[in-house]
Design a protein around this ligand. Structure first.
Ligand code: BEZ
Ligand code: FE
Length: 288
């Protein structure tokens, strides 16, 4: 096509795609370019403004490392990660939520009833529940991968003071599907905002805070793996999570209980002398 115009350029792009390309790639590229072109036409995007867009992408690439995933973070704060999550979340299972960049593979085994708090300060949180199928039956042998921040709001990979796997654990449940562990109550924290994503947040007048949460990945053979989070219902950032991860069914009450109600059969049984917090959260997995 020689006479490319601002009005026909999107169709011209489509006409350049090969007839025999995979249909799904065609669908995605066609829609992506349609929306990009519409965005430029709708906003009458200038060279200078698009230059800033390119500089943002270059800035993300420049700060990417093994431990710093700026493109993922951009997708998170723009709501795209959560939107993709919700598009593929099963209606009858526990909602999924953002993975985030701080999951570490190879976490050490954590026995049912085990402790992740160790000597860290802060209130003991006892988290427990049953991993079930959508009919309510426990899923024997399900695997629960847990991670969270330390009381200073940092994940192990962000903090030289913590060992690689602090506040990370991998639990395999028994025939009753029940999981239980103690930890320290997570705190709200900020996503990294010292790079290009922070510039976007500031340009939009937004803060970088996330409500406090525990992260879970739950897996069992024959079921769809679930990436999710649990939030306490009194967190000040519940209604303004900067990565859009909060769903109604993931918001739980953390009940305060006296020390003498701390249950037997836990690693910390007999060692809790102050009131502790307790949250009960059953996880429902959909069939694969
Ligand atoms: C997190 O919850 O760990 C997280 C999620 C998205 C972006 C940054 C952190
Ligand atoms: Fe997190």
């Amino acid at each position: 096509m020689r006479n490319v115009t601002k009005d026909n350029i999107t169709d011209v792009f489509r006409s350049y795609m090969a007839e025999d390309m995979p249909p799904r790639t065609r669908e995605i590229m066609s829609a992506l370019v349609q929306h990009m072109h519409d965005f430029a036409r709708e906003t009458n995007l200038t060279h200078e403004e698009w230059g800033q867009g390119i500089a943002f992408l270059q800035g993300c690439a420049a700060v990417e490392t093994e431990d710093r995933h700026e493109f993922v973070l951009a997708s998170d704060v723009l709501g795209l990660s959560s939107l993709v999550d919700m598009l593929h979340s099963s209606e009858t299972a526990t909602s999924s939520s953002v993975l985030g960049p701080f999951h570490v593979s190879g976490a050490p085994p954590l026995a049912v009833g085990g402790d992740m708090k160790r000597d860290f300060g802060g209130p003991v949180l006892l988290a427990e529940g049953v991993i079930r199928d959508t009919d309510g039956n426990p899923i024997a042998g399900a695997e629960l991968d847990i991670w969270q921040t330390a009381p200073n709001g940092l994940y192990a990979s962000q903090d030289d003071e913590q060992d690689t796997f602090s506040f990370h654990g991998l639990m395999t449940v028994g025939a009753d599907g029940r999981y239980a562990f103690t930890t320290v109550k997570p705190v709200e924290y900020t996503v990294p905002s010292d790079g290009p994503v922070g510039d976007i947040l500031r340009a939009c007048g937004r803060h970088p805070w996330r409500p406090s949460h525990l992260h879970y990945i739950v897996k069992a053979p024959g079921y769809k793996s679930l990436v999710t989070e649990i939030f306490p219902d009194d967190d000040p950032y519940l209604d303004q999570d900067t990565v859009f991860g909060v769903r109604d069914d993931l918001v739980m009450r953390y009940h305060e209980k006296p020390a003498n109600e701390f249950p037997d059969g836990m690693a910390l049984s007999g060692k809790v002398n102050d009131p502790f917090l307790s949250v009960n959260f059953d996880v429902v997995l959909a069939k694969a």
